[in-house]
Design a binder for this molecule. Structure first.
Ligand code: NAD
Ligand code: MG
Length: 367
């Protein structure tokens, strides 16, 4: 199975390759050597977490060595807690201890947590050194490793400190997904489904046909789903690099209600993917009421999410509490909750929904 390459071209930034394929971690070092920004780079710092380190760190470091990089590593705790200013500072200290200069490269080996953390670390160390993303979760391959958003969390909220930092290269080795559990797998599937609804008929109906094979982790289908999602995300990011034009907000489809579900159920009760899938089901129904979303879409999306292992949740909260949680989300505007609604597959609209309308729909959802 040959590797696929997607080129990401963000205006004002160096173009970068996203390579997707099984076993390509072995050629990471050789490929990095050919990235113009890394031609003379001698040292690499692999940032990874405690789950991923025993699985893939040695392979990554061996491959970097073959490319002529002297590689060190830092292992952080697994999970969202690693996305903190304190952990970022520990990595900066480790880099200084290792005497890493501006001519080093940071290699983020792990899921979105490691990618966001290491990308942020790279964005600020010595005013910026290159970062390479080596995503090892389906979610990070299809979503977080591309687009350049990096950052850490504060007590006050998620991702409150960060930087836009495009990677120099992305290596998505689908063989690393073999060790990913079902819950994390489904998280990636939810973001793929989200991308397909927002993107086009072509992507959506391909995914509808491919859903069973994707759920069964068929290698060719997995790679194609990742490639299609990366192309979609790259196009959105190219159109709205710093999330200032309203285009990038489409990536929030399903996340408005989804974030409220995650928060009110208690973080970790439902996976991010399960919550986003629920949010997509809700947003499509809200769309049917507000922007004439066809019922065919609502039903086809339900079936797609079912097939991907993302069933409707048998959980609900008080509608008033849901409304309050959605208003606390940073995407609320002028007191109204803003939704990405699909007018049709490949055609979306931002809609500020007033409290009474939203309450009546959340009430129907909660029954
Ligand atoms: P994660 O990084 O926490 O990984 C999930 C779990 O899987 C962790 O326990 C991790 O150790 C483990 N893991 C990783 N790779 C594995 C493998 N190959 N085999 C076995 N276990 C493995 O979570 P995630 O879902 O990848 O990413 C979530 C993070 O991404 C959140 O912090 C979110 O804010 C961020 N995010 C960022 C963007 C962006 O644009 N920057 C977009 C979406 C999400
Ligand atoms: Mg998400």
């Amino acid at each position: 199975m040959p590797a696929t390459k997607v080129v990401v071209n963000v205006p004002g930034e160096d173009a970068y390759d996203v390579r997707i394929g099984a076993g390509i971690l072995d050629s990471l070092g050789a490929h990095l050597r050919r990235v113009p920004a890394l031609e003379r780079t001698e040292r690499a710092l692999v940032v990874t977490d405690a789950n991923v380190a025993p699985l893939y760190r040695d392979a990554a470091k061996a491959s970097l060595a073959e490319g002529g990089f002297r590689a060190s590593d830092v292992v952080v705790c697994a999970g969202e807690d690693a996305k903190s200013v304190a952990v970022a500072a520990e990595i900066w200290d480790a880099m200084a201890q290792l005497s890493l200069g501006r001519d080093c490269v940071v290699v983020a080996l792990g899921g979105g947590v490691v990618g966001d953390l290491a990308g942020f670390v790279a964005s600020a160390y010595m005013r910026g050194v290159p970062v390479v993303q080596v995503p090892t979760t389906l979610l990070s391959m299809v979503d977080s490793s591309v687009g350049g958003k990096t950052g850490v969390n504060l007590e006050a909220g998620k991702n409150l400190v960060g930087a836009f930092k495009q990677p120099a290269y992305v290596c998505a080795d689908t063989a690393t997904l073999a060790t990913l559990d079902e819950r994390e797998w489904a998280c990636g599937c939810a973001e793929i489904a989200k991308a397909s609804v927002i993107d086009s008929d072509e992507f959506f109906f391909w995914l509808v046909d491919a859903a069973d094979a994707l759920a069964a982790r068929d290698e060719a289908v997995v790679s194609e789903a990742i490639a299609r999602s990366v192309v979609f995300k790259a196009d959105v990011v190219a159109a709205d690099k710093t999330e200032s034009k309203g285009v990038r907000e489409c990536l929030n489809y399903g996340h408005t209600l989804g974030h409220a579900v995650e928060a009110l159920a208690g973080y970790g009760t439902f996976s991010h993917g399960a919550a986003v899938a629920e949010g997509m089901r809700f947003a499509a129904r809200l769309g049917a009421a507000l922007v004439d979303t066809p019922l065919d879409l609502v039903e086809a999306q339900d079936a797609l999410l079912d097939a991907l292992g993302l069933p409707a949740l048998s959980w609900s909260a008080e509608p008033e509490a849901m409304l309050a949680a959605m208003k606390r989300d940073k995407k609320a505007r002028r007191g109204q909750v803003r939704f990405v609604l699909p007018r049709d597959v490949g055609d979306w609209q931002l809609v500020d929904v007033d409290d009474d309308t939203l309450l009546s729909h959340v009430d129907a959802w909660a029954r």
